[in-house]
Design a protein around this ligand. Sequence first.
Ligand SMILES: [Zn+2]
Length: 102
Amino acid sequence: MRIKKGDTVSVLTGKEKGKSGKVIKFFTDKQRVLIQGVNFVKRHTRQARQDKPGGILQKESPLHISNVAFVCPRCSKPVRLGAKFHADKSKVRICTTCQEVV
Ligand SMILES: [Zn+2]
């Protein structure tokens, strides 16, 4: 089971390791997620127009989903996600640590 938009995730590797935030965008094709307030990159922008000065722009950069882990609201820590099937065959995500449906 996968991470989806609105989930709180924690970064497992890289310079942003240990940081957590909410998934604000999911790039399905690239398997990357944009996390609120995490992995800021500085972009140097050139002056495009007279009224728009160029400068340094800080923007979140997406991280690969293999580098992040879902943070269980009950455990308050990064956990593995599992799947559970209901009697009607519908699938739900569960935290493999506390078995809570998330
Ligand atoms: Zn849990």
